[in-house]
Design a protein around this ligand. Structure first.
Ligand code: GDP
Ligand code: GDP
Length: 437
C-alpha cells in the first residue's frame, strides 16, 4: 500500500519546518538511526486517525543562482504539484498576504491537486480574525494553526486526510510486480528501462499505464506481469532540477512508495556517493524489496577481484541493507541484462512471503534457547510467542512480558535467525514488540 504524500509549500519563514516537525512528531525516520546514513530532515512519516502518510518539507530544497528565493519557491511548488497527493499551502498570519504568497498561489492554481491553506502563527484568539484576508488567495477556507503552540493542527490534518486517494483503489492487481528504477541523474535509469523492455522474451503492452499523473509501462515475460513505475519521472527535466540533489531524491519518493521492488542504480564507473545512500534509505524505510544494480559495468577496468571489491564497498556503505542482492550489468551493451528480471521475481516473492506461526515459533524458541535474552536490572525478557501479521514487507509481532526489555541488539539477533531459517532475501523485515495481555 502506497502511503499518500503530503507536501508543505510556502515562502521562507512562514513556519513550514516547524509544522513538519510537529506532524512527524517523534516518529523519527528510521534510517537516521542507521550507521552510515546522514540526512536532512525533508521527509518523514506522519500519522493521523490511523492513516500513515509521507510528509515532504519542500522548504529545504533551495536553488542557487540569481533571484534565488523566487526560483526556489517555484521549484518547491512544482515539486509539490508533481509528487504530492495533497498540498499544504502555508502562509503567515502575522505578515498577512505578501507578494510571494500570491506567487505561490498562482503556481498552485494550475495544479489539479487538492490544496489546503494553512495560516500559521495564529498564536492567540485575537489573531484568529487575521485569517480571513487569506480567503483572497482563492483556496477556500484558511485553517488557522500555531506551530509554536501546536494548536489547529488536528483540524488541518482532518482536512488533509479527507483528500487522500481511496485506499481501496489499488492501481494494479496483486499478480503484477511493480518495479521502480531509482538513482541519481545519468546513472542509466532510462537506458536500463529500455534495455529491459527490449529483451527478447519481454512483451510490452501497447497501452501505457495512465494512472493518476504518472506514466507507467506494463509488460510481461514468461507469463509474469510487471509494470515499470513512473517512467515519465525519468525523463530529462530542466537543468535546475538535475542539479539539485534534494530535488531528485524527493522525486524518487513517489515511485518508491508505489513500487514493490526498487532497483537502486549505482554508477559502476563513479562509485557510491552520499545521494545513493539517501535514495536507498527511502526504499528501506518504505519497506520495499530492493536490488542494487551496478550499471555501466562495461566501462569499468576489471580483473578477477573487481566485482568482489565492489560488492564489499556496497556492503560497507549500505550497512542497513545487507539483505539486498547485487547485480552487475551494462544497460548499454546489454551485458547480463537477462539476469535482472529473475532476481526481481525472487525478491518480489520473498517480499510477499508468509511464514506459518508454528514454524516461526519453532525458530524463535531455538534462537532463545541458544542465546537467552539478556537481563535488564534483574529482569529478563520473555517471549511468549511471535506471529507474522503482514507481508510487503514481512512484519512480525513478538508478544513479550515487557516490550522495554527488548533491546536493539537482541531484536537484530532474532531477525538474523528468522532470515537464516526462512530466507527473505531482498526484503526488509519489520519487527514489533507488544506486551502480552
Ligand atoms: P520555514 O522557513 O517556513 O520552514 O519556517 P520555520 O519553521 O523555520 O519558522 C520560521 C520562524 O517562525 C521561526 O523563527 C519559528 O520559530 C517561527 N514560528 C514557526 N511557527 C510559529 C508560530 O506558530 N507562531 C510564531 N509566533 N512563530 C512561529
Ligand atoms: P538517467 O538519467 O538515469 O535516465 O540516465 P540515462 O539512461 O539517460 O543515461 C545517462 C548516460 O549514461 C547516457 O549517455 C547513456 O548512454 C549512458 N549509459 C547508460 N547506461 C550505460 C552503460 O551501461 N554503460 C555506459 N558506458 N554508458 C551508459
Amino acid at each position: 500500500m502506497a502511503r499518500p504524500i503530503v507536501a508543505i509549500v510556502g515562502r521562507p519563514n512562514v513556519g513550514k519546518s516547524t509544522i513538519f516537525n510537529r506532524v512527524i512528531g517523534d516518529r523519527l525516520a528510521i534510517v537516521e538511526d542507521m550507521p552510515g546514513v546522514t540526512r536532512d530532515r525533508l521527509y518523514g512519516v506522519g500519522e493521523w486517525l490511523d492513516r500513515e502518510f509521507s510528509v515532504i518539507d519542500t522548504g529545504g530544497i533551495e536553488i542557487d543562482g540569481d533571484n534565488e528565493m523566487l526560483k526556489s519557491i517555484r521549484v518547491q511548488a512544482e515539486l509539490a504539484i508533481e509528487e504530492a497527493d495533497v498540498i499544504i499551502f502555508m502562509v503567515d498570519a502575522k505578515a498577512g498576504v505578501t507578494p510571494s504568497d500570491n506567487e505561490v498561489a498562482e503556481i498552485l492554481f494550475r495544479a489539479k491537486k487538492p490544496v489546503v491553506l494553512a495560516v500559521n502563527k495564529v498564536d492567540n484568539i485575537k489573531r484568529q480574525d487575521d485569517i480571513y484576508e487569506f480567503y483572497s488567495l482563492g483556496f477556500g477556507t484558511p485553517y488557522g494553526i500555531s506551530g509554536s503552540h501546536g494548536t489547529g493542527i488536528g483540524d488541518l490534518l482532518d482536512e488533509v486526510i479527507h483528500h487522500f486517494p481511496d485506499t481501496h483503489d489499488e492501481e494494479y492487481g496483486e499478480e503484477v510486480i511493480r518495479v521502480a528504477l531509482i538513482g541519481r541523474p545519468n546513472v542509466g535509469k532510462s537506458s536500463l528501462t529500455n534495455a529491459i523492455l527490449g529483451e527478447d522474451r519481454v512483451i510490452v503492452s501497447d497501452v501505457a499505464g495512465t494512472t493518476r499523473d504518472a506514466i507507467d509501462t506494463p509488460f510481461e515475460r514468461d507469463g509474469q506481469k510487471y509494470v515499470i513505475i513512473d517512467t515519465a519521472g525519468m525523463r530529462k527535466r530542466g537543468k535546475v532540477y538535475e542539479n539539485t540533489e534534494k530535488y531528485s531524491v524527493m522525486r524518487a519518493l513517489k515511485a518508491i512508495e508505489r513500487a514493490d521492488v526498487v532497483l537502486v542504480l549505482i554508477n559502476g564507473e563513479e562509485g557510491i556517493i552520499e545521494q545513493d545512500k539517501h535514495i536507498a534509505g527511502y526504499a528501506h524505510e518504505a519497506g520495499k524489496a530492493a536490488i542494487f544494480v551496478v550499471n555501466k559495468w562495461d566501462v569499468v577496468d576489471k580483473d578477477d577481484k573487481t566485482m568482489q571489491q565492489f560488492t564489499q564497498k556496497i556492503r560497507d556503505h549500505f550497512l542497513f541493507m545487507t539483505y539486498a542482492p547485487i547485480v552487475f550489468l551494462s544497460a548499454k551493451t546489454k551485458q547480463r541484462i537477462h539476469k535482472l528480471l529473475p532476481v526481481v521475481d525472487q525478491v518480489a516473492e520473498q517480499h510477499a512471503l508468509r511464514i506459518q506461526t508454528h514454524l516461526l515459533n519453532d525458530v524463535i524458541s531455538d534462537a532463545v534457547a541458544i542465546n537467552p535474552p539478556p537481563t535488564d536490572k534483574g529482569r529478563r525478557l520473555r517471549i511468549n510467542y511471535a506471529t507474522q501479521v503482514s507481508v510487503k514487507p514481512p512484519t512480525f509481532v513478538f508478544f513479550v512480558n515487557d516490550p522495554e526489555l527488548m533491546h536493539f541488539s537482541y531484536e537484530r539477533y532474532l531477525e538474523n535467525k528468522v532470515r537464516a531459517a526462512f530466507g527473505f532475501e531482498g526484503t526488509p523485515l519489520r519487527l514489533f514488540t507488544r506486551k502480552k495481555s
